[in-house]
Design a protein. Structure first.
Length: 83
């Protein structure tokens, strides 16, 4: 087992140790010799999934802010369908 790579059966039997090591660096778990999952700390997870801005702020900061856009709708009737 590499320093941060675990076979699934080792990860299950030494779960507490796996979690402890994941607090400082990502831990990789393999299943049947193939990469399966990565165990990371909760803080790392929050950083990865953190949104940098909310949608309203993103739209306000858009270069298109303040541009007058005209939206028009085609008022033609839809085509007729034979059922």
């Amino acid at each position: 087992m590499n320093n941060n790579t675990w076979q699934l059966q080792d990860a299950k039997s030494k779960f507490s140790q796996l979690v402890e090591k994941a607090q400082t660096e990502p831990q990789f778990v393999t299943k049947h010799g193939n990469n399966s999952v990565v165990i990371i700390s909760f803080e790392d997870y929050k950083e990865i999934t953190r949104q940098s801005t909310d949608l309203v702020t993103f739209l306000r900061d858009s270069p298109l802010m303040g541009i007058d856009l005209e939206f028009s709708r085609n008022k033609d009737f839809p085509r007729e369908l034979e059922l």
